[in-house]
Design a protein around this ligand. Sequence first.
Ligand code: G4P
Length: 283
Amino acid sequence: MHIHWFPGHMTKAIRMMATELSRVDCVIQVLDARAPMSCMNPAFDAVIGNRPRLFVINKYDLIEPDDAKLWKRYFQMAKYNFVFADSAHKTDALAVKNGLKETASVISERYRKKGVEKTIRAMVIGIPNVGKSTLINSLTAEKKTVTGDRPGVTRGKQWVAIDKYIDLLDSPGVLYPDFKDQEKATRLALIGSIKDDVLDKCELALLGIKILCKLAPNKLATRYNISDINAHNPLGILEEITLLRGYRLKGDTPDIERAASAFINEFRKGQIGKFVLDEIPLL
Ligand code: G4P
C-alpha cells in the first residue's frame, strides 16, 4: 500500500496556518502518545517560528506507564515544554493550563517589563484525530466566550478565557500529516490521522498486525483468542479473526474486510492493549 502525499495540499495548509498563527502568542501542539514523533513534522516548525510551544502528549491513557517514562525522559532531554494528558477523561486540564502559563511566561514577562498586563493568546494545533477538539473542550468547559473585539479573528472563531491572563482560540488549527516516509504514514493511518478513504483497510490491518506481532503478540492473541499466534503470518491472523468472530458475507464467504475494520477500530480505541508505535529516540 502506498499512502499518497499531496505536496500542494500541504503547502496550502501551511500557508493558512501561518495566517492563523500570526494572531497568537503561543501554541499548544497536540501529539498522540502512541506516535508523538510521527505527529511532528519539520514543516510545522518553520510556521510556528519562535512562538513558545507547549506539546500536549495526549491519549496518555493508551500507553503503558513505562513507555510514558521513556517519553518523559526524551522530551525533557530535548528541552521541550510538555505535559501528558488524557483529554477524553478531562483529568489533566489543570496541568495543561499550568504548562501553558509556564510556557507563555516569557511573553507575559516581556509585556510586564513594558508595564502592561496583556492577555496571552494561545491556539491549539495538530494533525487530525490527536484529540485537539477534545482538549479544547476540556479546557474551555463552562468558560465564557471573551466579549469585545479581538482584531483579525476569523468569523466564526472565538476566544475563550481559560485563565485570567490566557485566551484560547476555540477552534483548532489542523496540520497536514507528512506522508513522505511510508512507515510513518502507516503509523499515522493506524492512529486515525489519515483519512480512511485513501486507505486500503485490509492492507492497513495487515501492516498493523505485523507491527503488533513484533511489539506484543500476547496482547493480540488475548484480544482475539488466538492460541498459536506465532504460527501465523499477518494474513493468517486476520483470517483467524474473521473465523473466530464469525464474520461472513452472503453465501458463507469469510468477510475479511469486516475483520480488518474491527481490528483497526479496536486498535484505535486501545481495546487490543496499550502500544507505542514510534521508536522512542535515545538522546
Ligand atoms: P481532533 O480534533 O484532533 O481531530 O480529535 P478529536 O478531539 O475529535 O478526537 C479524536 C478521537 O480521539 C475521539 O474519539 C476522541 O474521543 C478521542 N480522544 C481524544 N482525546 C483522547 C484521550 O486523551 N484518550 C483517549 N483514549 N481518546 C481520546 P472518536 O472515537 O473519534 O469519537 P468519540 O469517542 O468522541 O465518539
